[in-house]
Design a protein around this ligand. Sequence first.
Ligand SMILES: [Mg+2]
Length: 367
Amino acid sequence: MRRSPRSMEGGKDGDGHMAKHNALTGELLLIQQIKRDSKLRRGSFDERGVTLGIGDDCAILRPPAGHDVLVTTDFTLEGRHFRRDWHGLESAGHRCLARGLSDLAAMGARPLAAFLSLALPVGTRDREVALFFKGLRSLGDRFAVPLAGGDTAQAPAGAILADIILLGTAPRGTALRRDGARPGDLLYVTGSLGGAAAELSEMQTAGTNRKPNRRRDRRHDPGGVATNPQRFPEPRLKVGEALRRRRLATAAIDVSDGLSTDLRHLCEASGVGAEVDLESLPLHPLTLRSGPAEAVKLALHGGEDYELLFVVRPQTRLPRQIAGVPLTRIGRFVRATGRTPQVIQVASDGVRTPLAAGGWEHFRTHG
Ligand SMILES: [Mg+2]
């Protein structure tokens, strides 16, 4: 990480350097969060893998012996990945962490530590920063993810910019990658699809009339169907870890850009084609408000559902659900016919057509 008088690389809290700092609140809150983590988890730091959090120039991590370390990094940019007037800052904080956790879930990893770099524009209100941390923290607490370091700065323009780095561990050589699918394997998905895009389009319609911060939704439904899949997506960490540990899956990817795009990534990495049975797609209840054809479109192309697409050998006995999350078979892998892997959609009447990646244009995120 960058060194500056205000940096806190798992480390010094910059006392005395930030009296006139416009991102003062953000910085203080970040320090508080990290110190809180240090206190909370002292004594169990070794087993959590964080030997030293804030208080020095670097954090010190100690992954369990015989484990690989997995690293992922994700931007959360205001105006691109969230809107203050639609999502609210609590959702932005939640999504910031959820995106990284979902990447760890997709590889069957267990979270080790998170690092946050946060740039706040002049005039960001204390309450907004507090809400951002509330969203990030409550998700982090549920999955015991220590925030082990970070940095804050004043954003050059009027938008909040956050970059989160997530580290996770998996026993050496066992992480679920994208390249493990073979012809004849089965394609499964966790939870339900299309909900995040459906909720987003509701937010779009409602525009700025609603007050996201005050809406008290029941947002955390670890199993089954997320109530607010766009604002508070649920990373499927328990499922991902179980799929790896119990050797139920041979490959996986999380649905961030949409089934049609992410399945293509899986096919490309594995050098196979795929067929998707449209009738079997588990549609999120929010998608049904827009009619059956649109619901399928949202499920195929919507993105941001953060469910797991995973690959199962035909002889593997897979439970119907893991940790309360339903697992649905939605297709199969076939031999690649050309240089670019073919992804085919199979309609209920058996008609087969190519499934193009994307095709759903809206305010969206990637990664
Ligand atoms: Mg991903």
